[in-house]
Design a protein around this ligand. Structure first.
Ligand SMILES: Nc1ncnc2c1ncn2[C@@H]1O[C@H](COP(=O)(O)OP(=O)(O)OP(=O)(O)O)[C@@H](O)[C@H]1O
Ligand SMILES: [Mg+2]
Length: 203
């Protein structure tokens, strides 16, 4: 079983939540396209936080920019045909880059990568103001391409009004709400309750 973890934006918590999913589901982790390696790699963060098996990126780009721009700075064109999922018997958590419309090259966005990998998605969303709009737009984009969405995970201070609005206007279930962790460590991440509904996604 594969799950593609996408989000409403960059920096919304996809890596932290991917690590949390890997830890609890005993899953492996794969970030097919990484940009911004001069600032750090999501694979290293996911490994440190979850201890998960990590598969190497298909593209690892230095500049902290949209993948299409980071690639062009290195004279590289991201080719979807060269992004093949690793073979594993374990569940696989795949982390996207940025949000669903982040460009990979002049033709393709993350939506095309999700379609190619045929993995159902989880959308990571901020819990704070602006999230209803961003989350509903992300869901619309996924549905416009008939890409299955398992649910939304909200990240940030609990906001039950925003949760209800996302469920109502987005016609979707919020699978979990992750509060800010201080400090952010394997221990604090592993102590977060893991809802049975998330385990059930994998049976
Ligand atoms: N629940 C949380 N508690 C504490 N820190 C968090 C939490 N969620 C995210 N962060 C911090 O916020 C920053 C952004 O999170 P993260 O790297 O997971 O975002 P992302 O969506 O994966 O970004 P990218 O698009 O670059 O992959 C990181 O520094 C991360 O440690
Ligand atoms: Mg990330």
């Amino acid at each position: 079983m594969r799950i593609f973890v996408t989000g409403t934006d960059t920096n919304v918590g996809k890596t932290i939540i991917s690590a949390w999913l890997c830890y609890n589901l005993k899953a492996s982790y794969w970030k097919p396209v990484q940009s911004g390696t001069i600032e750090g790699c999501d694979s290293a963060v996911a490994s440190d936080l979850s201890g998960a098996e990590i598969f190497p990126e298909a593209y690892s780009l230095k500049a902290p920019l949209s993948p299409h721009l980071a690639a062009s700075l290195e004279g590289v064109q991201i080719d979807l045909n060269k992004i093949t999922p690793p073979l594993t018997d374990k569940p696989l958590i795949i982390e996207g880059a940025g949000g669903v419309m982040a460009p990979l090259n002049n033709k393709h966005t993350i939506l095309d990568l999700i379609a190619q990998l045929k993995a159902p998605t989880i959308v990571v969303a901020r819990s704070t103001l602006g999230t209803i709009n961003h989350t509903c737009l992300t869901l619309e984009a996924l549905r416009s391409r008939s890409l299955p969405v398992l649910g939304v995970i909200m990240n940030g201070p609990k906001n039950s009004d925003n949760k209800e609005a996302i469920e109502h206007f987005g016609r979707i279930k919020v699978l979990a709400e992750i509060e800010p962790l201080t400090p952010l460590t394997t221990k604090t991440l592993s102590q977060l309750p893991f809802p049975p509904s998330l385990h059930e996604l994998f049976v």
